[in-house]
Write a protein that binds this ligand. Structure first.
Ligand code: 9D3
Length: 263
């Protein structure tokens, strides 16, 4: 049983994680335990103040160290009382290393995590120094706080827990494990608003289907994520399929250009 605690001003946001889908079912099955801690409950004054103006001046507000540290320590203490030797504290922040699959696997292997969510312009840096083990970002865009980052991270971690996914799906053969983007998917109906399903998928020829999917997967990775392709080694078959995709793409592109200049 994994233990996930979160420090957040908005504990109810995490109902979304606990109530729905793969993460909801995993919680129901007892694969993980979840507790939210609100720094407001650890504030010192009657107004339950958790933010203050930044030293050095400027606009915006900063989350104060004492309520955050108290909430974090309460979470860690709970872990100790459950017999957990070590808690890993993850701070979701724009200054963190961008999250990737390797980090997800590493965090999924820990017994207990405390996820720290900031609001306002961030948290007092002394909390980071004293309490945080790893700082993680979702990427180079601006969120309003750490909660959606924490939920995205938890979703990614929970699907790695043994028993979280059905037998049909398996976390092992997903994108970023293969290092390739997924191939396109189709289901009924056979015709949708004038668009047909690629005939090979209707052929029942399993080897041809597998080859088509691999080719699409390689081709899309080449078009959309050339950075992923860089770090891959292609065997002879994959290299041939990618070259075919590239030739066909360039052929199509020429047709497109000809049609555009004729118009
Ligand atoms: C608009 C204020 N920004 C410039 C001064 C700094 C800023 C502070 C706090 C920007 C975003 C946030 C809140 N973001 C998160 O807590 C956060 C986040 C993100 O913004 N992007 C990507 N990943 C993450 S994880 C947590």
């Amino acid at each position: 049983m994994k233990r996930f605690d979160v420090v957040t001003l908005f504990p109810q946001m995490f109902d979304a994680l606990l109530d729905w889908g793969v993460t909801g079912r995993a919680h129901e099955r007892g694969l993980y335990e979840f507790v939210a801690w609100n720094p407001r409950d650890f504030a010192a004054n009657a107004y339950r103040t958790v933010d203050d103006r930044p030293y050095g001046g400027g606009p915006g507000m900063v989350m104060m160290a004492p309520p955050l540290a108290a909430a974090l320590r309460a979470a860690k203490q709970r872990h100790r009382s459950c017999g957990v030797a070590r808690s890993t504290v993850v701070y979701l922040s724009p200054q963190g290393r961008p999250l990737d699959h390797a980090r997800v696997i590493d965090l999924a292997a820990q017994d207990a995590l405390v996820l720290l969510c900031g609001r306002y312009d961030g948290i007092d840096e002394r909390v980071v120094e004293a309490e945080v083990d790893v700082e993680v970002s979702l990427g180079d865009f601006v969120l309003s706080g750490g909660e959606f980052g924490a939920m995205a991270l938890l979703d990614a971690i929970v699907r790695q827990l043994p028993g979280a996914l059905g037998d049909a799906q398996s976390a092992v053969e997903e994108s970023f494990v293969t290092g390739r983007l997924d191939h396109p998917h189709y289901t009924r109906p056979e015709q949708f608003e004038g668009r047909a399903v690629p005939p090979v998928l209707m052929s029942g020829h399993h080897a041809a289907i597998a080859e088509w999917r691999l080719k699409q997967s390689l081709g899309r990775t080449w078009l959309r994520r050339p950075d992923l392709l860089e770090t891959m080694t292609l065997d002879a078959r994959a290299a041939t399929l990618l070259r075919e995709f590239q030739d066909e793409f360039r052929q199509q592109d020429l047709h497109g250009q000809a049609a555009r200049s004729a118009a």
